[in-house]
Design a protein around this ligand. Sequence first.
Ligand code: ADP
Ligand code: MG
Length: 693
Amino acid sequence: MNELDQPVSALDGVGEALSAKLARLRIDTVSDLLFHLPLRYQDRTRITPIGILRAGMEGVVEGEVAAADVVKGRRRSLLVRLKDGSGIISLRFFHFSPAQQQQFAPGVHVRCFGEARAGATGLEIYHPEYRLLKAGETPVEDHLTPIYPTTEGLTQPRLRGLIGQAMRRLDATPQALPDGIPEPLRERFRLPELQSCLHYLHEPPPDADLERLADGTHPTQRRLALEELLAHQLSLRQVRLRIQADGAPPLPSGRSLQTRFVTQLPFSLTGAQRRVLDEIARDLETAQPMLRLVQGDVGSGKTVVAAMAALAAIAGGCQAAVMAPTEILAEQHFRNFHDWFTPLGIDVAWLAGKLKGKARLDTKAAIADGRAQVVVGTHALFQDDVHFHRLGLAIVDEQHRFGVHQRLALRQKGEAGGLTPHQLIMTATPIPRTLAMSAYADLDLSVIDELPPGRTPVQTVAVPDERRPEVVERIRRACDAGRQAYWVCTLIEESEALQCQAAEATRDALTEALPELAVGLVHGRMKAAEKAEVMAAFKVGELDLLVATTVIEVGVDVPNASLMIIENPERLGLSQLHQLRGRVGRGDTESFCVLLYRPPLSAHSRERLGVMRETSDGFRIAEKDLELRGPGEVLGTRQTGLAQMKIADLERDRDLLERVSPLARALLEEAPDASGPLIRRWLGDEAGRYGQV
Ligand code: ADP
Ligand code: MG
């Protein structure tokens, strides 16, 4: 076995207990130690004369013991007076042994490291790291001292010692750690060589640029961050290759059915919809599974695009599945597809967790024998007991709740017919292209960058809570004019139960204030059937005002709703606010969104609400959201796998994202064998998980 791939127990002094502690830091092998990078550094390369030390300064001090006494203050402590000719300082130990006390005989030379503070005897260092000096000993460290992330029961010197051992192994067998990025590529992309980076980071020279190291922007750190991003990207591309290694049913013949469908629509498609449909059609024609992500702002008309793709599958003699993240949304898609497709003689089935008993068995039978040509539902669609006759296309609405693993799991659903389904994934989170290419490197990207004509942008105002009565009046007027309104209660309480109670209280208050209106309520704790019933009543206009928790966030379509009140908008992310607001302004009347905030607002909140007032451009809002909240929050990185990165930081290293794709492409072309080891180095088991589901 390679010297560096050995378990940490191969190092001196590492037994089971220490191995277990290291495992908590995700360090299993010697090589893992090499990639365990410092958080920061201390300068122990110089001795600081005691005379120039000030409170708050950290440094190495060397001197002769003048006296050592046990003193009784509030707490008993050992006080060692140390002098060096420039001054005198006290070392104070609250925990000490008799042996320790005896070590510090007057005249003994001591070197210690710590932070000086103002103490009872003048400058003091509490519990310094220290060492007794022998005569003629050489001074100090020859490089900066790294401080590592560690875990309980593992001291810095111990961990430093282990990493030192690992580094010496590396020195002895440099060939055991080949640079994952071959030299010609390093030159082209101006990247330093791997081992020199590791040396620099674990043992930086005394004159190292501490500021950049602290920021994480030193070239050596950037090289490693880039390598990590590269590994993630390569692993996603591997997922893609794996899926595409399977055959998919070519679906070239959708046109005539699609034309019949389009002519029955009350509108014509936008240019952006047509362009994206062309991109999809080209994918579907081939015998390779499509893997395409369609991004389109709220209201851009993704559902029609999905329907057109489903028609291609049906024309090709296959089934299409449409999966939505919530039952409300699935139900709504079902209605749409049902209404659109029934006139075309296409059978649309519905499957969700709440479908039980005989109805469920019947639906499953229709899916299995192919009578159900389109199946709409929730995650229930892809459970083990659901077998498709011939699934040709899987459509997933709202990507950010659907991860790589599920994407891989979809493969198996088509296998009854021996083929893998095409995949179409739709999201309303418009993230910038470079970030999308990193987070979704396994997918091709289409963007619907145009809203249907005739939409008037939603006018947004921010109103403080004390003007609530005016807002209630506004609802009355809108509903008098035949419109409908949403009142969204956001998370005021931590628990969902309390949040639902708050929504109930709001509903009661509004019912009282607006006795002539029909007021409904949906929240997360209601049964799916109840929720669906309320939504349906709102959709057909039986309810004027719908009080809701944020469950309505995703995709609900009620064109007659022209007013939305969002309570405590300062608690939500911008993208979430944008999604919510997208529920109004779907018809042709002028629509309004009232952000009912609770003063005082922080400067940060004011800025965020300001963005909402100024723009309704989803991409601009997403950009701003990224700036204010960071990519982790916005992407929901748990699903994208970018959350567990060791070194790279999507915020700090954003400019690196642009370099990742070209580098990945070059590497796959010029050194395809390099990708496996890189993925294993950075993703470890994760890589196995992605690759083999
Ligand atoms: P989203 O992209 O948010 O899922 P939807 O597919 O729900 O948007 O579409 C929003 C509304 O716009 C729906 O009522 C839909 O029928 C309508 N719509 C879609 N495409 C067009 C179009 N080209 N012209 C006019 N209205 C359209
Ligand atoms: Mg939608």
